[in-house]
Design a protein around this ligand. Structure first.
Ligand code: SF4
Length: 486
């Protein structure tokens, strides 16, 4: 049990995230104790009569069970120094936790989802690669290995993004149905078995949103389309035909650089569906095993086998897809280094063009959280070693890292990394992660982001509940209209 006392609600989330990264299995409570400031000022001999300066002073105290681990005092924090003070506080806390629990975090004190963005900003501001690494190391205590990875990816992204026009946008279409629900799922996902008869009604709504997009973006260039989910391949061939025909009728696809359909669950992929996709210009697929161990596939609730993965991949190649991504997850319950090695070897035999390596994220909303309660946190085995096995495997397949992101509660405090053959990078992934253009997201449980001229983004979302999304489709379109046209 970790107890954090804070004198005011300042840097609360930052402290929580850092302690959680060190001690993922511990319960953490944070309490505001206003008198803490006076206590610590007295302890340190810095006490002066209360006055205006108190507004610029913050105190923190940290306990592990009944052991007092540390007290921190920030004094004279001006608005301009706030970020520096926060980084210093996090570094101090990091050192205390690292020493006490004999642990280092690969990304140091960075807890944002886009560490490469930091490297990219440094490089774009004119710093050299070495200067960028030094800044990341001294400010955030990022390890040498992750520094190399972040700068390598940032340099590659800068090169790739330079090929995009300023007035481009991308389109995401969410199909929120899946064959079954995976153990770790926290996405919008409805079992197709129960919803099959409503899918056409759902597509009516998607089409309405596509027509709005055509109107709102008639003067802009559509760069990429990504159909994700859920599992888009739960659509029938006729439903795919309908969706793609609508896209072709309503939007100008002549400048499209990439058209991805996530075909995540091999048990939902058929030759007929693949042919419809190919006929309509889909350029990139994702066939996701997550693991090549049947026992784990069963445990995580994916009702398909390793053989299904092989069959779907070979079918996709036969239909002519030359850009196929595969996803794998490190840290699946009970999986060891050998299991990860086996998954990498089996994937290598298929020879995908992209490989996305995920570190398992433990979301409270997922059934996985219950399994961990039962099996204990030790059943999750994401280590430096498993990361290295996957990284080496990608290298052996001729793939290089091109995008990276992190999630909350990611196991081992690692990251998700996309590897690809040069020239086969998932462009939508980079555009979405780096927020360099507007992304129009259609369907239930999606988030649209509008890029403003000053580089900031504003968002609007749609209902996660499919029924509600369909019932209130006009309101969903009105939200987008307000975001883009007001
Ligand atoms: S395939 Fe993806 S969206 Fe569907 S249940 Fe599994 S994790 Fe969730």
């Amino acid at each position: 049990m970790v107890r954090i006392e804070i004198s005011r609600e300042v840097f609360r989330n930052d402290l929580y995230a850092l302690v959680k990264a060190f001690l993922p299995a511990e319960e953490i409570s944070i309490k505001v104790v206003p008198e803490l400031l006076e206590q610590i000022l007295l302890d340190t001999g810095l006490f002066t009569e209360p006055g205006e300066h108190d507004a610029k002073r913050y105190a923190y105290r940290l306990f592990f069970n009944d052991e007092r681990l540390a007290s921190f005092l920030l004094v004279d924090v001006s608005d301009t120094e706030r970020v520096d003070m926060k980084n210093r506080l996090k570094r101090d806390l990091y050192h205390v936790l690292s020493k006490r629990f004999e642990k280092e975090l690969p990304w140091g004190t960075l807890n944002g989802i886009r560490p490469t963005n930091m490297a990219k900003k440094c490089l774009e501001s004119g710093l050299s690669a070495d200067e960028t690494k030094e800044y990341m190391r001294s400010t955030y205590l990022v390890s040498d290995e992750k520094n190399d990875l972040a700068v390598d990816i940032a340099e590659r992204e800068i090169r790739i993004l330079s090929g995009f026009r300023h007035n481009g946008y991308s389109l995401y279409i969410g199909i929120p149905f899946c064959p079954t629900t995976c153990l770790y799922c926290s996405f919008t996902s409805y079992p197709i078995g129960a919803w099959a008869s409503r899918v056409d009604q759902y597509l009516d709504c998607v089409e309405k949103e596509i027509r709005f997009t055509a109107e709102a973006f008639k003067d802009q260039t559509l760069d990429t389309i990504y159909v994700g989910g859920g599992t888009p391949t739960t659509l029938t061939p006729d439903q795919f035909e309908r969706l793609f025909t609508c896209l072709e009728k309503e939007l100008d696809l002549s400048h499209l650089k990439e058209f991805t359909v996530e075909s995540g669950r091999p048990d939902s992929i058929t030759i007929e569906k693949l042919r419809v996709m190919k006929k309509h210009g889909v350029t990139r697929l994702s066939v996701n095993p997550q693991t090549m161990k049947d026992e784990t596939l069963k445990l995580i609730g994916r009702h398909h086998s390793v053989d299904d993965v092989r069959r779907a991949f070979v079918d996709a190649r036969e239909v002519g897809f030359d850009n196929i991504n595969m996803d794998m997850i490190l840290g699946l319950p009970g999986e060891t280094d050998d299991d990860v090695r086996n998954t990498v070897e089996e994937i290598k035999k298929l020879g995908p063009d992209d490989l996305t390596v995920h570190s398992l994220a433990i979301k409270r909303a997922s059934r996985l959280a219950e399994v961990i309660d039962k099996m204990g946190y030790d059943c999750i085995h994401t280590t430096d070693n498993t990361m290295k096995i996957a990284e080496q495997g990608a290298k052996d397949m001729g793939l290089v890292p091109y995008y990276l992101y992190r999630q909350k509660n990611i196991s081992g405090n690692f990251e998700n990394t996309g590897y690809s053959r040069p020239g086969k990078e998932g462009l939508y992934n980079i555009l979405m992660m780096e927020e360099v253009q507007s992304i129009v997201a259609i369907g239930a449980g999606t988030v649209t982001k509008r890029l403003l001229d000053d580089g900031n983004t504003v968002r609007c979302d749609t209902h996660k509940d499919v029924e509600l999304y369909m019932n209130e489709i006009d309101e969903m379109v009105a939200r987008k209209r307000k975001l883009f046209m007001d």
